[in-house]
Design a protein around this ligand. Structure first.
Ligand SMILES: Nc1ncnc2c1ncn2[C@@H]1O[C@H](COP(=O)(O)OP(=O)(O)OP(=O)(O)O)[C@@H](O)[C@H]1O
Length: 240
């Protein structure tokens, strides 16, 4: 099966520093790829690069079967890969929830009524129908996050790029998000520090270390404690 994304030897600098320094990955249909790494390792930079929001100095990004280099080449990628921002406030900008969720479908060319119907259907699927008429900026942090996800899903993307999706979620919303994402058929890349969440959701793990992506795996030590660790190939020290 053709990969949705293939990244080879990606180099991206931010603030004069090489954040990504030869990062490579492949996202295949149906895969749920977790990307972990310390604060500032470049996880957000990686997701932004995949949709052309950061400029690659070296390396190649192939998305949906085509090499992408220019803004023009990346534009269709943004319509096909749904990106959930780390901060929901960066994503939501319409006055009401329904307008925000309908914005993407409208942009894709749907008629206003069709866009509103699709938006409402997605909100209801996420058990958020009761929020549709609410003022977006007055939602709680967790509500904002789920509404932002509704906006992404309303675009019916072929892949999802999720930056810290469990931020600000309580137990009920956390469980709901996990159920929703686990039930979606599309491939996704999930950046998170939430190891139990990634452990349940992901099919594969990559760790970002010194600008490169290394294969990693979850492991736990039930004999001493029951929280999850991530073992990175080539790392010797355990991180608690
Ligand atoms: N606009 C910017 N200008 C300069 N440097 C930036 C900018 N945005 C990010 N950086 C730097 O790039 C590096 C990578 O940031 P990035 O947000 O990709 O990390 P991250 O792995 O997502 O971190 P976190 O886990 O804290 O969200 C950091 O050192 C950060 O300070």
């Amino acid at each position: 099966m053709t990969p949705l994304f293939t990244v080879e030897g990606l180099v991206v600098s931010r603030g004069g520093h090489r954040v990504l320094d030869g990062a490579s990955l492949t996202l295949r249909p149906g895969e749920r790829l977790a990307v972990v790494g310390p604060n500032g390792a470049g996880k957000t930079t990686l997701l932004r690069s995949l949709i052309g929001l950061e400029k690659a100095e070296h390396g190649t990004i192939t998305a949906f079967g085509s090499l992408r280099r220019t803004e023009k080449e990346f534009r269709p990628v943004r319509a096909r890969a749904g990106y959930l921002f780390q901060d929901a406030d960066d994503q939501l900008f319409c006055p009401t929830v329904i307008d925000d969720v309908a914005f993407g479908p409208l942009n894709l060319g749907l008629a206003p009524r069709e866009a509103a119907e699709r938006a409402l259907a997605v909100l209801e699927r996420l058990h958020l129908g009761h929020l549709s008429a609410r003022i977006t900026h007055r939602l709680s942090g967790g509500e904002k996050r789920l509404v932002a996800l509704a906006g992404v899903l309303a675009m019916e993307p072929e892949a999802l790029l999720l930056d810290e999706p469990t931020n600000a979620l309580d137990d009920v919303h956390y469980r709901r998000l996990l159920d929703i994402l686990s039930g979606l058929p599309m491939a996704m890349i999930v950046v998170s520090h939430d190891r139990p969440f990634l452990h349940r959701l992901s099919t594969r793990v990559l760790a970002l270390r010194q600008g490169r992506l290394l294969p990693a795996a979850f492991h736990s030590h039930p004999h001493t404690h029951d929280h999850l660790h991530i073992h990175v190939e080539g790392d010797h020290a355990h991180r608690h």
